[in-house]
Design a binder for this molecule. Structure first.
Ligand SMILES: NC(=O)c1ccc[n+]([C@@H]2O[C@H](COP(=O)([O-])OP(=O)(O)OC[C@H]3O[C@@H](n4cnc5c(N)ncnc54)[C@H](OP(=O)(O)O)[C@@H]3O)[C@@H](O)[C@H]2O)c1
Length: 277
């Protein structure tokens, strides 16, 4: 174990029951001796995380709650205080990927739900935890954002809006807390996790395409860990994310048209709801 600012820290990470959150939690524990409090809703998945941690399991505990509800965060702060737990690092990672669809096809209720999980969860967690984090010698907040915050495609209105909001919030915090607290933003591109569960699974061609452009979860976790270790202000990972970062900057309007043309040409059923009239 090399010497690192993250070594032996107490870390809170949301979405630790699966995907990238689980991977980051495991690395923090095994490679940095961290004590990790994981947050998610499924006890079954959390029990599996504990089981897989084996001899390291005593470094991991979990709290089961919906990150999209503010009161849950207020109660969580109460739990930390009662148990004299002093966290150093908060990683906002829990998120959902709404089904690829046209804006008008989402109900307003669903849009609010997606914003609550992907954006307001970070608002609530940071608001509730910042005073405690700032008591640490090396406080940190890392928000797992998305390449969708770098460029918006047709079919991703809600997801992109939630992730763009998270990016803007994080950028303001980075400046407001400069010198007091490390604020990191990570924008992964497509990564092989279960997050695609709500997409059209019958579309085998789309699955194949997603697999082709996706980075493995292990590799993405390594890149996220490297960002955190080096206190990188912004990490953009995966070739698709690099692509979106580039086009989002040099062709903010025409880039979207170009991607729409490619998606239409692909004739994938995945994009039917967006382009078929
Ligand atoms: N995979 C990708 O291609 C990709 C690309 C760019 C960005 N991202 C972002 O990376 C983050 C992690 O994604 P992932 O791919 O690892 O997803 P994942 O495999 O679906 O895992 C999501 C995690 O979030 C938890 N979660 C979801 N909703 C929650 C809620 N309301 N309250 C508490 N926990 C909740 C889930 O646990 P429970 O089900 O147990 O609650 C699970 O542990 C997300 O923010 C996502 O937007 C992913």
């Amino acid at each position: 174990m090399g010497k690192d600012w993250m070594d032996n820290k107490t870390v809170i990470i949301t979405g630790a029951s699966g995907g990238m959150g689980k991977g980051v939690a495991e690395k923090l524990i095994k490679e940095h001796g961290c004590t990790v409090i994981g947050i998610a809703r499924s006890e079954e998945k959390m029990k599996k995380v504990v089981e897989e941690l084996g001899e390291y399991a005593d470094k991991f505990s979990y709290q089961l709650f919906d990150v999209a509800v503010e009161q849950n965060w207020i109660d969580f702060v109460g739990y930390l205080n009662e148990n004299n737990i002093k966290p150093d690092v908060l990683i906002n990672n829990a998120g959902i990927l709404p089904k690829f669809d046209r804006f008008q096809n989402y109900t307003v209720e669903y849009i609010k739900k997606a914003m609550d999980i992907n954006f307001y969860s970070a608002v609530y967690s940071i608001h509730a935890l910042l005073p405690i984090l700032l008591e640490s010698d090396s406080p940190a907040i890392i928000n797992i954002d998305s390449s969708a915050a770098l460029m918006t495609l047709a079919g991703t209105s809600v997801y992109s809006a939630s992730k763009a909001a998270l990016k803007s919030l994080s950028e303001a915090l980075r400046e407001e807390l400069r010198g007091k607290c490390y604020v990191g933003i990570v924008c992964p591109g497509f990564t092989k996790t279960d997050i695609f569960r709500d997409q059209d699974s019958a579309d085998a061609k789309a699955q194949k395409m997603l697999n082709m452009v996706s980075t493995s979860c292990d590799r993405m976790v390594k890149m996220i860990m490297n960002d955190i270790q080096t206190k990188k202000p912004l990490g953009v990972h995966g070739f698709d994310a690099a692509f979106m970062n580039y086009f989002g900057r040099i062709m903010p309007v025409q880039g979207g048209r170009l991607f729409s043309a490619v998606m239409k040409m692909s004739k994938l059923p995945l994009f039917d709801a967006v382009f078929k009239d």
